[in-house]
Design a binder for this molecule. Structure first.
Ligand SMILES: C=C(O[C@@H]1C=C(C(=O)O)C=C[C@H]1O)C(=O)O
Length: 322
């Protein structure tokens, strides 16, 4: 981008790269295409050393805090209309050295089916991530999205069985997406649910596609989808209030979304947007990496397992830092 000025979008009608926070009441940052320079480069990924030791110690204070909030969420779900709440935390990791290019290359190498990014603005900061979750891909009126939830460790096979808790929490996301899209689209197609690998983890994924109604807009579609119960909960407003009141930290851009909007497609002169949910991400502040991780809580959750899930998720980022 050729200016230090921050630009925003509210209409999603511009052409450029957006960086949106979790809280949809907060401003969405736009890097307008007409103020940007584009570079293409082929990266050589071969010379990277990997950390194979992977000895990371638990932080007891964070652990107790996370378990307490998860238990509060379970109790609230048991005594209210809430069915699911995604609870997350921020883990601070002290860095002794930091080489952006090396870390970016490691992300690309480790997460070859993720959307890998580095994003920087002097007024916002430096963010990096490797997300497995597409929020939205739309070409003219034809769109694709996905329901991604449920987590287990990858242990050399993708042929695994899933527990009731994971199957149900992922189904809630699929049902939400279907409901939200029904009134603004046609030809909705919901694929079979499959197991997908993201780094050292497996998730349940259901692909969804359809045609946006011609009287609907990109903004309407984004607002219908974001935040899904994969990152917020169900019902959406109640879950969001619980999160904002109880998580004790600001998610900022984690569980928001990012990507290009309204790019002109030279083949057919139609517009394309590609947006990803900002997961498996970190923010670099001086010599500290803030790693953001969370997981879906339902009445069947066990707090210690939920903690362990966030530990596994944070390893996906720590692995590239050392
Ligand atoms: C919230 C995160 O991930 C989301 C929550 C998942 C879960 O609860 O199992 C799985 C994938 C994502 O939809 C995260 O990675 O921080």
């Amino acid at each position: 981008m050729n200016t230090k000025q921050l630009c925003f979008t509210n209409s999603f009608t511009e052409n450029g790269f957006v960086f949106a926070p979790f809280d949809s009441n907060d401003a969405v940052i736009l890097i307008p295409s007409n103020q940007s320079s584009y570079f293409k480069e082929k990266l050589n990924l071969e010379l990277i050393n990997h950390n194979t030791k992977e000895v990371f110690l638990d932080d007891d204070v964070s652990k107790l805090n996370h378990i307490r909030i998860v238990e509060e969420a379970i109790q609230t779900i048991d005594t209210s209309d809430l069915k699911k709440i995604v609870i997350s935390r921020k883990e601070k990791v002290q860095l002794s050295s930091f080489n952006l290019i090396t870390i970016y290359k490691k992300l690309l190498q480790n997460y070859n089916n993720a959307f890998v990014y580095v994003w920087f603005h002097p007024k916002i900061g430096l963010w990096l991530g490797a997300t497995p979750e597409t929020l939205l891909n739309i070409n003219d009126l034809a769109f694709k999205t996905m329901s991604l939830a449920g987590t287990q460790l990858y242990t050399n096979t993708e042929k695994v069985t899933w527990q009731k808790k994971e199957l149900e929490e992922q189904q809630l996301v699929t049902d939400f997406i279907k409901n939200q899209l029904e009134t603004i689209s046609s030809k909705l197609k919901i694929d079979k649910t499959e197991t997908v690998k993201a780094g050292n983890l497996l998730h349940l994924r259901t692909k969804v596609e359809g045609m946006l109604s011609s009287n609907a807009s990109l903004k309407l579609l984004i607002r219908a989808l974001h935040p899904t119960p994969a990152v917020c909960g169900l019902p959406r407003d109640l879950a969001k209030s619980f999160i904002l009141e109880n998580e004790n930290y600001n998610r900022k851009f984690y569980t928001g979304f990012l990507g290009e909007i309204n790019l002109s497609n030279t083949d057919n002169l139609k517009k394309t947007s590609d947006l990803y949910v900002n997961l498996r991400c970190m923010e670099i502040e001086n010599s500290v990496a803030n790693i953001y991780v969370g997981g879906g809580i339902t009445s069947d959750s066990e707090s210690i397992k939920e903690w362990q899930e966030t530990v596994s998720k944070s390893k996906t980022m720590k692995r590239v830092l050392f």
